[in-house]
Design a protein around this ligand. Structure first.
Ligand code: C2E
Ligand code: CA
Ligand code: CA
Length: 237
């Protein structure tokens, strides 16, 4: 499925900026299985590389299709920290993008803050090579992973995604609001774009907009949906 990330315009309408690929498993007997259950299994059994290639291949196919439909959008994929140990991953991604005729800047790679900080030296190397190739890099679940500010400054990210646990409490919990405000300020002073995930209401979106947040993602805008639904929502404006 794909979940839109939007920018807000002065007149209160929004425009599609990109869409995040969120993998789904519809099991014939067990029904819907959440990625929170099967991604860890894929990681444990050595299948996460193949799974990521599958998701990436579909994401690149979709973003090429969106462009044919006149949608000026990028696509984001989530990266398991285990894959940071594969030095040729950036080349692999670049080859797949080229095979689909998709420019590197149309692909954003999301990595969680805790994953990026676990082994910052190794992350820096692989992530820098992604950036050199022109891919976007987004630091996911930000605010939950104990970043050192030195690493944050050195790692080559161009976007921070504020973790939904803080965003969900906007309008209810002054401490969460203070954290959101600080993350937006920190991100902007480091020259990064800031995205809020978990935007569930118009009120939260307005408050985030007033704080200077750049991109919004959440059920208020849309749940993750099949690509055809995304096209219905966003093609031709
Ligand atoms: P994530 O990357 O932090 O994705 C955000 C999760 O929040 C998604 O859950 C999404 O459906 C949900 N969400 C979006 N908007 C809202 C909202 O407004 N309110 C609330 N309460 N939730 C919202 P999902 O799809 O179940 O994915 C869970 C996690 O599984 C993802 O967290 C990501 O870490 C992982 N994942 C999903 N697809 C992939 C993949 O292809 N590869 C890897 N490595 N991980 C994946
Ligand atoms: Ca993500
Ligand atoms: Ca997230």
């Amino acid at each position: 499925h794909y979940q839109p990330k939007v920018t807000l315009w002065g007149d209160g309408t929004w425009r599609l900026n990109s869409a995040e690929a969120l993998v789904r498993w519809q099991h014939p007997r067990l029904g819907f299985i959440s990625p929170d259950s099967f991604i860890p299994l894929a990681e444990k059994t050595g299948l996460v590389h193949q799974l990521t290639r599958y998701v990436l291949d579909d994401a690149l196919k979709q973003v090429a299709e969106w462009q044919r439909m006149g949608m000026d959008s990028s696509v984001a994929v989530n990266l398991s920290p285990l894959l940071l140990g594969r030095p040729n991953l950036p080349d692999e991604f670049a080859e797949l993008a080229q095979a689909h005729g998709v420019e590197a800047r149309r692909l954003i790679i999301e990595l969680t803050e805790s994953a990026a900080m676990q082994d910052a030296a190794r992350s820096t190397e692989v992530l820098t090579r992604f950036r050199v190739k022109g891919f976007g890099l987004s630091l996911d679940d930000f605010g939950t992973g104990y970043s050192s500010l030195v690493h944050l400054h050195r790692l080559p990210f161009n976007e921070l995604k504020i973790d939904k646990s803080f965003v969900l409490e906007i309008g209810e919990n002054p401490e969460s609001e203070a954290i959101v405000k600080s993350i937006i300020g920190l991100g902007h002073s480091l020259g990064l774009k800031v995205c809020a995930e978990g935007v569930e209401s118009e009120a939260a979106m307005r408050q985030l907009d007033a704080l200077g947040c750049d991109y919004f993602q959440g059920y208020h805008i849309s749940k993750p949906v099949p690509s055809t639904d995304l096209i219905d929502m966003f093609a031709n404006g």
